[in-house]
Design a protein around this ligand. Structure first.
Ligand SMILES: *Cc1c(COP(=O)(O)O)cnc(C)c1O
Length: 451
């Protein structure tokens, strides 16, 4: 009876799966926020290399993974698939629970799966430096790692309040050679104009995006990199699901339901898209995206065109959104606080191809604690959303007295999030009510797009 299902390095996927040709209908155009016309490859060329722009719009189902990228993937891929036997026992459930663990990467999450190819394609294009933003620091540390491997400089605009709240993620970025700039900063027009009005501004992800994009757009040798949401980012993450399918086959099983937490959506996309592709061959797998009830993009948002960032510099896309200036409450799952969702995931949800569910943070930490006490691994606060949903699926199977095979994504470990666990253990966290009023307000400021 195996607990771990391990693939040899030779089984690291040779191609990423691009879901675009298998989508239920054509994609909506992406809109330039300045002209309100569809973006052109030339618009995107100011901040992205051509290879990634091509991937963003490609209708090829399979895209080759460069050998240089596969070589670096070998440092932690294939990642392990576990059968959660001890959690099953603790729950006394007839369900079988599997989880795919991405916490084995050097940065401790799935994000290096896309940081590595993004750094690679920029290096190929002759770029010298990448600029990006980070909130809690998971993306910034992943990109700093990737840049160090390809000899690129990395400038990370880190939300100022997070710099003091999450000092160890800042240390990781610096250890891998990244330059961390607390945002808002004096280095960009976007930062300076905010500081002029409000010298003590603590920053936000929207402001940091504006600074990083401006930095990239105003320097010839510098490009921008984004850690989630975009089509090519979702595609790079499909190594997770492609491996998981092989590992489930090793285990002699196939999931009835695939579960992952959903911030911008790349982690959920990475695990679920290769399973969604199986439906063409008659498989009946459900896919469930899990989000915080304080930032309930899919479950309470609207499907509409909206800006990708607060400052309205990022492209406008058709997506489930809570409004680009919606500020979610400060929950501990920092990676799940984006106001919108990937266009691909939004379209799949709108078409009824995937399901979504939201949870409050205490319920998630409760699940994470049971998981840590049975399986050992301490889940990242983001991943705890998937843990909770998997536990509930297993308990439902028990109530119904049915067998059920559950696969969930454990997107990262929580060893740099002990502050959050401390707060939970010290007597619970604040559970925020569904911020209906704030969402309704923010939704009044959606852009009006005429196609
Ligand atoms: C960033 C992050 C997420 C959210 O990722 P998306 O791909 O944007 O949905 C989930 N889990 C962990 C551990 C993360 O670091």
């Amino acid at each position: 009876m195996n607990t771990k299902f391990i693939l040899d390095e030779s089984r690291i996927p040779r191609q990423w799966y691009n879901i675009i040709p298998d989508m239920p209908g054509p994609l909506f155009p992406v809109i330039n926020p300045q002209t309100l016309k569809p973006v052109t490859p030339e618009d995107m060329g100011v901040i992205f290399p051509r290879a990634l722009i091509e991937q963003e719009m490609s209708t090829e189902r399979w895209i080759d993974i460069p050998d240089e990228v596969r070589e670096i993937y070998k440092l932690w891929r294939p990642s392990p698939l576990f059968r959660a036997r001890r959690l099953e026992q603790a729950l006394q459930t007839p369900a079988k629970i599997y989880y795919k663990y991405e916490g084995v990467s050097p940065a401790g999450s799935h994000k290096p799966n896309t940081a590595i190819p993004q750094a690679y394609y920029n290096k190929q294009a002759g770029i010298r430096r990448l600029a990006t933003e980070t909130g809690a620091g998971q993306w910034g540390s992943s990109l700093a790692l990737a840049c160090s491997m390809f000899g690129l400089e990395c400038t990370i605009y880190m939300v100022k309040v997070s710099c003091t709240q999450k000092p160890y993620r800042k240390s990781m970025m610096q250890l891998w050679g990244g330059t961390v700039i607390p945002s808002p900063s004096e280095f960009t027009n976007a930062g300076r104009s905010i500081l002029a009005h409000d010298p003590d501004n603590l920053g936000s992800l929207g402001i940091a995006i504006s600074e990083a994009v401006e930095d990239a757009a105003t320097h010839e040798d510098t490009n921008y990199a984004l850690g989630s949401v975009l089509n090519h980012v979702c595609m790079h993450q499909t190594v997770i699901g492609l491996e998981a399918k092989e590992q489930m086959a090793l285990a002699g099983d196939y999931p009835d339901v695939v579960i992952a937490c959903c911030g911008g959506g790349s982690n959920f996309a990475g695990l679920s898209f290769p399973f969604i592709a199986d439906r063409a061959n008659g498989k009946k797998v459900r896919c469930l995206a899990v989000e915080p009830s304080s930032c309930p993009t899919l479950t309470k948002g609207v499907y509409a065109f909206d800006y990708g960032d607060t400052a309205k510099l990022a492209p406008i896309t058709m997506m489930y959104t809570l409004g680009h200036d919606f500020m979610p409450p400060g929950i501990h799952a920092g990676g799940l606080r984006y106001h919108g969702d990937s266009a691909l995931i939004s379209q799949l949800y709108h078409a009824g191809e995937i399901e979504a569910k939201s949870y409050r943070q205490n319920a998630c930490f409760e699940g994470a604690l049971l998981f840590a006490r049975s399986e050992g691994i301490v889940p990242a606060p983001e991943s705890s959303h998937a843990v909770r949903a998997a536990i509930d699926e297993a308990m439902l199977a028990k109530e119904e007295g049915k067998e059920r095979t559950i696969l969930f994504g454990l997107s990262g470990h929580g060893q740099l999030d002990m502050g959050a666990y401390d707060a939970y253990l010290a007597g619970g966290l604040e559970d925020f009510e569904y911020p209906e009023e704030k969402i309704r307000e923010a939704l009044q400021r959606l852009p009006k797009i005429q196609l």
